[in-house]
Design a protein around this ligand. Structure first.
Ligand code: AMP
Length: 141
């Protein structure tokens, strides 16, 4: 514990903000934190005090938007009760973006991958909003 505090103090002292402390564990920031803070370019389509939404850099459908909490939560497994507002907001923002994009009536899919078996690549919770064409079966055997 003492060693962890020492390491964290040193990182803070040298201005390294790529590592933050969460519930007594060190958590690596991802590129998504930089997008939230507008430190790197992204096609942001929505932002409020709880969530940010931007176009996926490698779209798998005509509409492919990522909706993320502004708070760094690595995976669904790390959720705590206080995150419920942000998680709920992600759904209402998905609905709004789908309506604005004109795909609400035809339909769309929301996907949240978790950890290795879920195919998660970026460890900052994100909801994929995909649509704009028939998406086929949910899972490929
Ligand atoms: P997942 O596999 O669920 O973790 O999805 C991660 C998604 O993030 C992928 O669809 C990537 O194309 C997307 N992605 C990674 N880096 C960026 C970025 N800089 N801007 C927008 N989307 C990104």
């Amino acid at each position: 514990m003492l060693l962890m505090c020492l390491i964290f103090s040193i990182l803070a002292a040298v201005g390294n903000n790529d590592v933050i402390k969460m519930e007594n564990q060190m958590v690596d920031e991802t590129i998504f934190s930089k997008i939230i803070r507008k430190e790197i370019p992204a096609d942001v389509v929505y932002q409020d005090e709880l969530v940010t939404a931007f176009k996926d850099i490698n779209p798998r459908a005509p509409i492919h938007i990522l909706i993320i909490p502004n708070k760094l939560i690595p995976t669904l497994n790390d959720l705590v009760d206080e995150d419920e507002r942000a998680m709920g907001r992600m759904f209402t923002v998905a609905k709004k973006i789908a309506q604005d994009a004109g795909i609400a009536e035809d339909g769309y899919r929301l996907i949240v991958n978790c950890n290795v078996h879920g195919g998660q690549e970026v460890y900052h919770i994100h909801m994929h909003l995909v649509g704009g064409k028939p998406l086929g079966p949910m899972l490929v055997n």
